[in-house]
Design a protein around this ligand. Structure first.
Ligand code: C2E
Ligand code: MG
Ligand code: MG
Ligand code: MG
Length: 282
C-alpha cells in the first residue's frame, strides 16, 4: 500500500512538472510573438523633487497586453525573458523606444530605463547605448540607467568597468531597489552611483512601526554623507511624503504622485503641484 501511494505521488509530481514546463514554453513563445507583433508598450511614471514638487524625471515601465486582452505583469514575464535570453531584444526595444519618445517631448525631462543584469552581461551595452542616443538624438544627460545589485554581484569588476564606460557617454546610473539585496552596502562602495532608489517595501512598512522609519533615516544619512541623492519609491500617502520632506529626502516616486501612464504629459505636472500644496499643509 505504501508503495502504491508513493508511485501515485511521483506520477502526480511528474505531471505537475510537465505542466509547469509546458506553461513556461508557451509563455516564452508568446513573448517572442509579443516582440514580433508589437504587443509591448511603454508607461511613464513621474519622479519629483520632494522639496518643491517639481518634476525631475520619468521612469519607463514595460507593459505587455496580450491579444486576448490579458495584462501580464513585468514581475512575471521579465524573469522568463531573462532565462530565455529574450530580454536582450526586448531590452534593446525598450531603450530605443523610450529614447525616441522622450526625444520628442516638449520638456526635456530625464528618463530612467531599467536594465536587466543579463543585458549588462551579454551585450556590448556602451556601444548599443551610444548608437541609440545618436539614432534618436536624445541628449546623454537625459538618460539614466537603473540597475539592481544582482547585476553587480556576479562579476563586480567587469560590471563596474561597463558602468564606467556608460558614464563616460554622459548617462547616469541609479541603484534600484536599494536595501532589498544581500550586499547593498558593498555595492555602493564598488561604484559611484548617481542615485539611490530606496525600495518601496520600506515605504509601505512605514506605518507599521519604528523600524522602517529608522532604516529610511539611515539610508538618507548614508546618501547625504556619500553625496548621492536618494529617491524614495512607492510613495502612496501624504503622510509618507511629509515624512520624507522632514527627513530631507531628495526625490519621490509613487502612486501618490502619479501612476505609470502611457504618456508623460503636463497633466501629471499639474497634479504634482496640487499635491505639494496639500503636503505642505499637512
Ligand atoms: P522597479 O524598477 O522597481 O519599478 C517600480 C515598480 O513599482 C513598477 O512596477 C511600478 O508600477 C511600481 N510602483 C510605482 N509606484 C508604486 C506605488 O506607489 N505603490 C506600489 N505598490 N507600486 C508602485 P511594474 O511596472 O509592475 O514593474 C515591476 C518591475 O519589473 C520593475 O521594478 C522592474 O524591475 C521590472 N521592469 C519593468 N519594466 C522593465 C524594463 O523595461 N526592463 C527591465 N529589465 N525590467 C523592467
Ligand atoms: Mg526601476
Ligand atoms: Mg525600483
Ligand atoms: Mg522594485
Amino acid at each position: 500500500r505504501a508503495k502504491a501511494s508513493l508511485t501515485t505521488d511521483v506520477c502526480f509530481y511528474e505531471e505537475a512538472m510537465d505542466e509547469a514546463v509546458r506553461n513556461r514554453r508557451r509563455m516564452v513563445q508568446q513573448l517572442r510573438e509579443a516582440l514580433d507583433q508589437d504587443q509591448f508598450s511603454l508607461n511613464w511614471q513621474v519622479q519629483a523633487s520632494v522639496e518643491t514638487g517639481e518634476i525631475t524625471g520619468y521612469e519607463v515601465l514595460l507593459r505587455w497586453i496580450r491579444p486576448d486582452g490579458a495584462f501580464i505583469s513585468p514581475a512575471d514575464f521579465i524573469p522568463l525573458a531573462e532565462e530565455s535570453g529574450l530580454i536582450l531584444p526586448i531590452g534593446e526595444w525598450v531603450l530605443r523606444k523610450a529614447c525616441a519618445e522622450a526625444a520628442g517631448w516638449a520638456a526635456p525631462h530625464k528618463i530612467a530605463v531599467n536594465l536587466s543584469p543579463v543585458q549588462l552581461g551579454h551585450v556590448d551595452l556602451p556601444r548599443l547605448v551610444h548608437q541609440i542616443l545618436l539614432e534618436t538624438g536624445l541628449a546623454p544627460t537625459r538618460l539614466e540607467l537603473e540597475i539592481t545589485e544582482t547585476a553587480m554581484i556576479s562579476d563586480m569588476e567587469r560590471t563596474t568597468h561597463i558602468l564606467r564606460q556608460l558614464k563616460a557617454l554622459g548617462v547616469s546610473i541609479a541603484m534600484d531597489d536599494f536595501g532589498t539585496g544581500y550586499s547593498s552596502l558593498s555595492t555602493l562602495r564598488a561604484f559611484p552611483f548617481d542615485k539611490i532608489k530606496l525600495d518601496r517595501s520600506f515605504m509601505s512598512e512605514l506605518d507599521g512601526g519604528p523600524q522602517s522609519s529608522a532604516i529610511i533615516r539611515a539610508v538618507l544619512a548614508l546618501g547625504e554623507s556619500l553625496a548621492i541623492p536618494v529617491l524614495a519609491e512607492g510613495v502612496e500617502t501624504l503622510e509618507q511624503l511629509s515624512f520624507l520632506r522632514d527627513q530631507g529626502c531628495t526625490e519621490a516616486q509613487g502612486y501618490l504622485l502619479g501612476r505609470p501612464k502611457p504618456v508623460a504629459d503636463d497633466l501629471i505636472q499639474l497634479e504634482a503641484r496640487t499635491l505639494w500644496a496639500g503636503a505642505a499643509a499637512a
